[in-house]
Design a protein around this ligand. Structure first.
Ligand code: AMP
Length: 444
């Protein structure tokens, strides 16, 4: 299918053309006709599948062909709610890019920055308002924005909004909106909670879904290294320096852990910055900009802060800790290999993280290949994963003191030389992300 087959406005097709998209992604192919038909939709799609364009393009098309209702000035016609500031900023970038040939006023608002400039931008309302729920409620309470003429509501990454406890804010906001509206719900998963939410907010929604865990993740080379917990910092520093990784996104489970790792790296001469919810908006913006510009080599993030980070050609993602929720693994590694680019995702897994590993491999329906690094073999064995479908453990993985042999050295060497090659290639391509994301604020 081509974009031209989707009956979108020529102004949108020209913008898509400029962005160099060849054809709609599967979620776009499925969702765009439903949204153009004015129906409510429940779409299961992960980040990295092109989901933002899947709702932005038909919504812009709608705004373009439907005149604005007459009425009070401070109204929003379309509202996109997102869980994090990063995602809000990224959606806003997309709206601007796709709508550059249309007369559309878009405004993005989120917490952590001054409210007054946002109130000023909202004067006269907005065609598309992209917002995080808490700040939006504040703005409404201060009479900066009204929703009684809202036409389309988009809930982006609804599962994450629920995880982050935004349900009450969302319910309060939805009460302010007209019952007759179009509602689009995008979520990585359809949990019972999401279905309950859909039942109360959506009218006869059409369900569409793509299987992004595989389509996105297949282009990403995934590997894991079994290692003692205490050796993880040393191992990662070793990998970064010996493989000459210039840009690596590292995930830690906690804010504290992220700070600690950034300090340890700094002490070892590896430029690193932490990005998480305890950092001010300015700190987060600077850390991300420095990382994108290549001034910071390792960006150490928590799951929430990293949501929505979109960096072209991000070559390496490392799970310093495995996430507690298996789906987060897919979100994390989706930071690399975006829109078809290849990338590498490496997990450092200690013995105590085996249950999380099992849950992740069950979700992926495959085992993550293991590699070993000389001098970092674990003392405590990380059990072998269950082969798909067997239901039985495949036997124990061997530790340092065991007689069994490690993987052949060629596998190991291949890994290192590939990593080197990858980093050099990527360095060449590094200069400047495609869509000017740096100027945007990105944090949770
Ligand atoms: P998203 O899932 O919305 O975060 O999009 C992931 C990335 O895919 C973004 O960098 C988009 O610019 C890009 N993208 C979206 N749609 C397409 C498409 N049809 N072809 C190529 N790239 C796309």
């Amino acid at each position: 299918m081509k974009f031209a087959d989707l009956s979108l406005a020529p102004e949108l097709l020209s913008a898509i053309d400029r962005l160099g998209y060849d054809q709609p992604s599967p979620i776009q192919e499925q969702a765009i006709p439903v949204v153009l038909a004015g129906k409510d939709i429940m779409a299961a799609a992960q980040t990295g599948t092109g989901k933002t364009a899947a709702f932005t393009l038909p919504v812009l098309d709608y705004l373009n062909r439907t005149p604005k209702a007459k009425g009070k000035g401070n109204q929003a016609r379309v509202l996109v709610l997102t869980p994090t500031r990063e995602l809000a900023a990224q959606v806003a970038d997309n709206v601007e890019a796709y709508g550059s040939d249309l007369k559309i006023k878009s405004v993005v608002v989120f917490g952590g920055v001054k409210i007054n400039p946002q109130m000023q931008r909202l004067r006269g309302g907005a065609d598309v308002l992209i917002a995080t729920p808490g700040r939006l409620l504040d703005l409404h309470q201060q009479n900066a924005i009204q929703f009684d003429q809202l036409e389309v509501l988009v809930l982006d990454e609804a599962d994450r909004m629920l995880d982050m406890g935004f349900i009450h804010d969302i319910k309060r906001l939805v009460k302010l909106m007209p019952k007759r509206r179009q509602t689009l719900l995008f979520s990585a998963t359809f949990s019972n909670e999401i279905r309950a939410l859909a039942k109360s907010f959506l009218y006869k929604p059409e369900e569409v879904s793509v299987t992004p865990p595989n389509s996105t993740v297949d282009v990403i080379e995934q590997r894991l290294i079994a290692v003692e917990k205490q050796q993880k910092t040393q191992l990662l520093a070793h990998l970064i320096t010996t493989n000459d990784w210039f840009q690596v996104l590292v995930f830690c489970r906690t804010r504290h852990g992220a700070n600690r790792l950034a300090k340890k790296f700094a002490a070892r001469g590896i430029d690193a910055a932490a990005i998480h919810g305890d950092k001010s908006q300015n700190q987060r913006t600077r850390a991300l900009a420095d990382f994108k510009a290549g001034k910071v080599r390792a960006l150490i993030a928590t799951d929430i802060a990293a949501r929505g980070i979109d960096i072209d050609q991000l070559p390496h993602v490392v799970n310093f800790d495995l996430p507690q929720v298996a789906e987060d693994y897919v979100h994390r590694i989706g930071r690399t290999g975006r829109a078809g680019a290849s990338g590498e995702a490496l997990s450092l897994v200690s013995h105590d993280e085996f249950p999380q590993l099992q849950a992740i491999e069950k979700l992926l329906k495959k085992e993550i290949p293991r590699i070993e690094v000389d001098g970092f073999e674990p003392l405590n064995n990380l059990p072998a994963s269950r082969p798909a479908g067997s239901g039985k453990p495949a036997g124990q993985k061997q530790g340092r003191n065991s007689k069994a042999k490690k993987k052949p050295a060629t596998g190991k060497n291949r890994n290192h030389s590939e990593a080197k090659r990858g980093s050099r290639n990527n360095r060449k391509r590094r200069s400047g992300p495609r869509n000017g994301n740096q100027k945007r604020t990105k944090s949770d």
